[in-house]
Design a protein around this ligand. Structure first.
Ligand code: FES
Ligand code: FES
Length: 200
């Protein structure tokens, strides 16, 4: 091999190595960014807000881009709302805002100031589960449970909205909540059952 060829191969290797490191960095960065977001928000000054969750006010400082889901899970330790897809497709992160269901991964925490937010942790009252939660247990409407809190929050809203009159109606109005274990028949049965009960 000529010296020139050797040098150019060395350069190519160096470039490839550097490129590999850059790609690895690019892949690793979002993971790091996700976990470091609260610290970065404070370092950057952040936005002071008060979120009212399950009847209690919580003062916190968040970067303006922080989603409601991340604020709940990472800042307030309310991990009932799950992060499935983080892009509005699975419904695992469903919470109620002013009584309406919202996918908390699709809305910013700073937009929810002054609103009444309810998570699955806030459904039980006086030590009693919500009738929907009890119906899910009765009907074995979960397997891995990853989707369950979102399903329960949607089911409560579907019943309150008056959209639980038939199997087809429940299927239609619960269609924004996916269950990878496919426990759908049990979920529908639980919603039908809970719809017959009035909360005391
Ligand atoms: S995590 Fe929000 S819809 Fe999937
Ligand atoms: S119970 Fe596992 S995803 Fe629904």
């Amino acid at each position: 091999m000529s010296e020139e060829a050797g040098v150019s191969r060395h350069k190519r290797r160096t470039v490839l190595k550097a490129g590999g490191a850059a790609v690895a960095g690019a892949v690793a960065q979002p993971v790091f960014a996700a976990t470091a977001a609260p610290a970065q928000a404070e370092a950057a000054g952040g936005v002071p807000i008060t979120l009212r969750v399950n009847g209690k006010p919580h003062a916190l400082t968040v970067e303006a881009r922080v989603t409601l889901l991340d604020a709940l899970r990472e800042r307030l330790d309310l991990t009932g709302a799950k992060k499935g897809c983080d892009r509005g497709e699975c419904g695992a992160c469903t919470v109620h805002v002013d009584g309406r269901r919202v996918k908390s991964c699709l809305t910013l925490a700073v937009m929810q100031e002054g609103r009444e937010i309810t998570t699955v942790e806030g459904l039980a009252r006086d030590g009693r589960l919500h009738p929907v939660q009890e119906a899910f247990i009765r009907h074995d409407a979960f397997q891995c449970g990853a989707c369950t809190s979102g399903q329960v929050m949607s089911a409560v809203a579907v019943i309150d909205e008056g959209h639980a009159g038939s199997v087809d109606e429940i299927r239609e109005w619960m269609s924004g909540n996916l269950c990878r274990c496919a426990v759908y028949p049990n979920i529908v049965a639980a919603v039908r059952d809970a719809a017959k009960e009035k909360r005391p």
